[in-house]
Design a protein. Structure first.
Length: 177
């Protein structure tokens, strides 16, 4: 069986190239995000996956949900994905498109885990520090993880900075053992 990322790649590449040429990166992001959200719904997933389901009916249902956002080029892509039975990889297409867009815009997505909610000022300071350290624009995604006890874990691609209390306790425990 073919991997979803392999199936999605040519679609994501073509969409990204077209979006660059037409200066429509953000509108394609919005469309692909909405298509992803719809196609990841459990009921829609069941319709897409059911070989007995009328594919035209499934396409009509999704099309009706997307109706206001379907420009001609969006509609063409949607119909192509539907015809080729590729709606199931809409999420992967969206993800790959967003990765290409971030790379093009020199943006690094950074995941930040903290034990408590961080303030806007703390987020801004962290963004400035990481921008200097990584040499790129930073987009932070925050997550609260009470098990950290305190401190922070920052993950930017392969780089992981674990400055959590939980990690420090584990290191002390290993040193004492």
């Amino acid at each position: 069986m073919v991997d979803n990322s392999t199936v999605a790649r040519p679609y994501a590449d073509a969409i990204f190239k077209h979006a660059l040429e037409t200066n429509s990166l953000d509108s394609w992001s919005d469309f692909l995000n909405n298509l992803n959200l719809i196609c990841s719904d459990s009921i829609i997933q069941a319709l897409i996956a059911d070989p007995k389901q009328d594919k035209q009916l499934t396409e009509k249902i999704i099309s009706d949900i997307l109706d206001k956002q379907l420009k001609t080029e969006n509609k063409n892509l949607f119909q192509l994905l539907s015809k080729n039975q590729r709606l199931s990889v809409a999420g992967e297409i969206y993800q790959q498109y967003e990765e290409q867009k971030a790379k093009h815009q020199d943006i690094i997505d950074v995941k930040v885990k903290t034990a408590f909610k961080i303030t806007k000022k703390e987020t801004d300071n962290l963004t400035k520090s990481l921008k200097i350290k990584l040499g790129s624009n930073i987009r932070i995604q925050s997550e609260i993880d009470k098990s950290l006890i305190g401190g922070i874990i920052v993950q930017a691609g392969d780089l992981v900075i674990d400055n959590s209390i939980r990690n420090k306790i584990q290191k002390i425990s290993i040193a004492l053992a």
